[in-house]
Design a protein around this ligand. Structure first.
Ligand code: SER
Ligand code: ZN
Length: 566
């Protein structure tokens, strides 16, 4: 049975009517099906006596109890999208047993099998294919997970958090119980069961805690994990040094699977990766392959703070975690290898594929106002343009203020599900700056076009630089000017010239005043530089465009340039 596609709007967001304080799950892996038992402690939020509505898809309901009492058929209703229980108290325990069929799950959402291995993918809305639940990112719960499986074929049983007990039964099965003390939304839930080799190492955190690091792969791939492990340790150290973020559980696991829709997934303490993003071997892997493993391992690790400890209120905020985390992993890769090469590659990706997306029928804002199917929104715009928008905040504030902003964001919102506005709000609070117009970057689709013209007055020794922004015709309707930081300098015959803007107190300027961030906020603005001894060549949009690739053309008198800016 199919349902009519429904559009979901950001403006319709309402907080959940219930919280799920704890979630106890038991997975019994049988040959033809998996039995999932769930015990949820629920609490009503706010007034009223609304029914309980849970998400659920493709679940065969076997049992349903409220505070231990089996519910009669007239007390609830199951439809293709979920379960409604008409009357519930303010605080209660809901227990359910469902059967699911992982071996038939070819959508690779929820619990499925990949080459005999059981694994999960719950982002964005896969958890509802595992059990009846409030499958939305603003419902955070403490999960305890028990896995029961035959010992033969499934010696490895993994879930989020720390393993608290394990044992065997006389019937040939064994079990493991995992507890994750950090409340998390269901999209970060994961389990894995199968026959895997484990490569183990350790990391001692800045505060001296010992963390076990494990990478699980097929036995044949055991020798291809060194690079992923080294990358993980580098990422852990980098996040401590650059963002002051430490890892929080006793164990961090990465599992490589062949059938996986995305590159990888940041499930709490139990990342699941496409093998292509874990395995690397000097004999068979290219340099690009090595860089990809390093970048993806770091990306998923960084999500532990930007995504997991502080998560998204709803899926319209997807770029809150993805844009920020891509920015973080790009800076990490820049620090590990060549900063210039990394930047050139990223800008190239943006200018080719993301600009095309932003100019075509798929164009959407970094914070979309609506969606029909959220899985279609894992786009270059959410990820790459979202990262560029964070980078622009970094450019506007500078590294020290930006770090104070992220510190405040993590401290203020730890354990919460928040919005892009909360992220920018922390930046506003540490800087006292006005980011209202900047928010247009999140709310408008399309790549603005920047036009540049200039003029040099040798008598006055003045240089006039005019920047004008516009959005290409077809998409221009209703578009507001963007707040565009333009990092720049002026070059003379002998190198960098001073960039003194008219009206600036010379005494306030740094001694080496050769680099500036101009802020274009109107449709057109002219910046006047004083005391410019010769006709300069402007160096514009530094760290975004490479000279020679920008389409800049110098003319006889000054130059006119026309190029796109993301
Ligand atoms: N959340 C996942 C990631 O970005 C999905 O791709 O890493
Ligand atoms: Zn991500």
């Amino acid at each position: 049975m199919t349902t009519q596609p429904k559009t979901v709007y950001l403006k319709d967001y309402r907080p959940p009517a219930f919280r799920i304080l704890t979630t106890d799950l038991q997975f019994k892996l049988e040959r033809e099906f998996t039995e999932v038992s769930a015990v949820l402690q629920l609490e009503r939020q706010g007034p009223g006596n609304a029914p309980l509505r849970l998400d659920g898809q493709d679940l065969q309901l076997r049992e349903l109890r409220l505070d231990g009492r089996p519910l009669r058929e007239e007390e609830y209703q199951v439809d293709v999208e979920g379960l409604t229980i008409f009357t519930v108290p303010d605080r209660f325990e809901l227990s359910s047993v469902v059967h699911i069929e992982p071996h038939k799950n070819t959508a690779l959402e929820g619990l499925y099998q990949s080459r005999g291995l059981y694994c999960t993918q719950c982002e964005a809305e896969g958890f509802r294919k595992i059990t009846f639940y409030l499958d939305r990112p603003d419902v955070l719960s403490v999960f305890t997970t028990t896995l029961i499986a035959p010992q033969e074929g499934y010696p490895v049983l993994l879930a989020n958090g720390n393993r608290v007990s394990a044992g065997t039964s006389t019937d040939g099965t064994h079990y493991a119980v995992w507890h994750d003390p950090f409340p998390k939304p269901a999209y970060l839930f994961a389990v894995v069961a199968g026959d895997l080799a484990c490569v183990e190492d350790h990391f001692v955190t800045a505060s001296g805690r010992d963390v076990t690091l494990q990478i699980y792969v097929e036995e044949k791939d055991r020798d291809k994990c060194d690079h992923a492990m080294a990358s993980l340790k580098n990422a852990m150290k980098w996040d401590e040094e650059i963002y002051g973020r430490e890892y929080d559980l006793d164990i961090y696991m990465i599992v490589a699977v062949d059938d996986f829709n995305m590159g990888a997934m940041e499930n709490k303490g139990l990342n699941i990766f496409n093998t292509s993003c874990v395995l690397a071997n000097p004999c068979t892997t290219t340099d690009t392959g090595f860089q990809r493993v390093e970048g993806v391992v770091a990306h998923e690790y960084f999500h532990n703070w930007s995504g997991n400890r502080v998560t998204c209120r709803d899926w319209f905020q997807l770029s809150l975690k993805e844009g920020f985390t891509v920015f973080r992993d790009a800076e990490f890769s820049a620090d590990m290898g060549s900063r210039t090469v990394k930047r050139v590659e990223d800008v190239q990706l943006l200018r080719t594929l993301q600009f095309a997306e932003d100019a075509g029928p798929m164009a959407h804002p970094v914070q979309p106002p609506s969606f029909i199917e959220i899985s279609n929104f894992y786009t270059l715009t959410i990820y790459e343009k979202g990262a560029e928008v964070v980078r622009m905040i970094h450019t506007l504030l500078g590294p020290e203020l930006f770090r104070r902003g992220t510190d405040l964001y993590f401290e203020r919102h730890d354990g919460q599900a928040v919005t892009i506005e909360d992220f920018v709000g922390a930046m506003v609070d540490v800087s006292g700056r006005d980011f209202r117009q900047f928010m247009n970057w999140y709310r408008q689709a399309g790549t603005p076009v920047l036009k540049v013209s200039d003029f040099y007055d040798p008598e006055q020794r003045e240089y006039h630089l005019t920047l004008a922004q516009s959005t290409p015709e077809a998409k221009a309707e209703g578009k507001q000017p963007l707040h565009i930081p333009v990092a720049m300098g002026l070059l003379g015959e002998a190198g960098a010239l001073k960039v003194n803007l008219a009206g600036e107190e010379i005494a306030d300027l740094p001694a080496d005043n050769t680099h500036k961030v101009l802020e274009l906020v109107g449709p057109e603005q002219t910046f006047v530089f004083t005391d410019v001894p010769e006709r300069p060549v402007p160096s514009l949009l530094r760290n975004f465009f490479r000279a020679g690739e920008t389409g800049l053309r110098l003319r006889n008198r000054g130059f006119a340039a026309h190029h796109d800016l993301g």
